[in-house]
Structures are given as C-alpha cells and as structure tokens.
Design a protein around this ligand. Structure first.
Ligand SMILES: Cc1cc2nc3c(=O)[nH]c(=O)nc-3n(C[C@H](O)[C@H](O)[C@H](O)COP(=O)(O)O)c2cc1C
Length: 187
C-alpha cells in the first residue's frame, strides 16, 4: 500500500539527514501518495548553517508553515499514516512527550500518536540528560519510535553522505518502503 508521509525538520544538528531523506523519498515516489514537509524556524537556520544553502526551497514537496494549523495533517481525518521528525531536537521531543501541541510539528505528532499511527523521531543530541531519556521513554510508551541519529560503520562508508545514509536507510526501513541498500549478511 502506498504511504502518505509527513516529514518534520527541527533544529537539531543533522540537516543532512533531512536533505538525504527527502531526496530518497523523491526517488521512492512510486511507493508514496504524498509527502508533506514542515520545518521549524530553528531547522531553517541550522540547515542554512550546516549545509551552506537553502536548497529545501527546491525540493518538489509541499512545504507548510509551522504556524499553519489548517494543514491537512493537523487532523487525523487526513489519514497520513507516518510522520518522521528528522532531525528531532530535544526541545521538540520534550514538547511531544508532554503533549504540548503548540505548532504544526507538535500537533501533527500528537495526531499521529492519538490515531495509533507511525511516529519516527530521529532524535539527536549528545550526551543525553535524564529528562531526554525519560521523554524518549514516554514517547516510546505512547507508541512512537525513537530512531537516534546514530550512524553505523560496518558498511565502510567513504563520504559524509554515505555515513548519513546509514541512518536514512534505517528510517526508510522503519517506514516500510522497499529500498535497495547494504544489508548485513549480503554477499
Ligand atoms: C547549530 C546548532 C545545532 C544544534 N544542535 C542541536 C542538537 O543536536 N540537538 C538539540 O536538541 N538541539 C540542538 N540545537 C538547539 C535547538 O536548535 C534549539 O533547542 C531549538 O530551540 C529547537 O527548536 P525546534 O525544536 O523548534 O526546532 C542546535 C542549535 C544550533 C544553532
């Protein structure tokens, strides 16, 4: 079944994960009915700072303002089945864990959880304090998936993009999309 996905980008380090994920989703377009994107203000700043561009303006997806409470995915009836927050700041994690739905990112996450659909938080910070860990536990207990922005190295990545793709490919697997990628055990 084709997927209807919301991608939220927040102000944690790792804009590259969001960029590569959106590019990958574009490649896997035939498995998707829709990809809607919302960025926090801080995400825009971090993207510009870390990637030296504002390329998100060129991506072929519909972007929503985080102040747009009329966006379809602010309601469960729009039937988006998956939401990915990538990267997910500790602030956004905390607001979701406490049910503070004060912008479109946190409202959409709240909706996905209440509808018992799939919420994937690509949480990023290090080290973690007890509040972060407890918030991750709360979101996990509510049905969300914490997929930390922690790359792997057993496929011997050569470039920064290769390293970041190890996280992006795990996200794609969690969403449930078919994807050709390195898999441990493959010849
Ligand atoms: C360059 C940069 C990197 C940051 N990296 C992180 C990070 O990895 N994790 C995190 O939780 N916050 C990080 N922050 C702080 C968040 O941007 C800040 O807490 C912000 O209020 C998050 O807002 P948002 O969740 O609405 O995007 C970073 C900020 C900057 C400027």
């Amino acid at each position: 079944m084709k997927k209807k996905i919301v991608v939220a980008i927040t102000g944690a380090s790792g804009a590259i994960y969001a960029k590569l994920l959106l590019e990958k989703l574009h490649q896997l377009n035939d498995q998707l009915t829709e990809v809607a994107v919302v960025m926090s203000d801080n995400a825009k700043q971090v993207w510009k700072f870390e990637l030296d561009n504002e390329e998100y303006n060129n991506l072929p997806f519909k972007f929503y303002s985080k102040h747009d409470f009329m966006a379809p995915f602010a309601s469960g009836s729009a039937k988006f089945d998956t939401m990915i927050i990538v990267p997910c700041s500790m602030g956004t994690l905390g607001r979701i864990a406490s049910g503070v739905s004060d912008d479109l990112v946190t409202r959409a996450a709240d909706v996905i959880l209440k509808e018992r659909r799939k919420l994937i938080l690509v949480a990023r910070d290090t080290p973690l304090n007890l509040i972060h860990i407890r918030n991750m536990q709360t979101v996990t207990e509510a049905g969300g998936i914490i997929c930390p922005a922690v790359p792997s190295f057993y496929n011997k990545p050569k470039t920064i993009e290769d390293v970041a793709m190890t996280v992006v490919n795990r996200i794609i697997d969690l969403v449930g999309l078919d994807n050709e990628t390195y898999r441990w055990g493959d010849k």
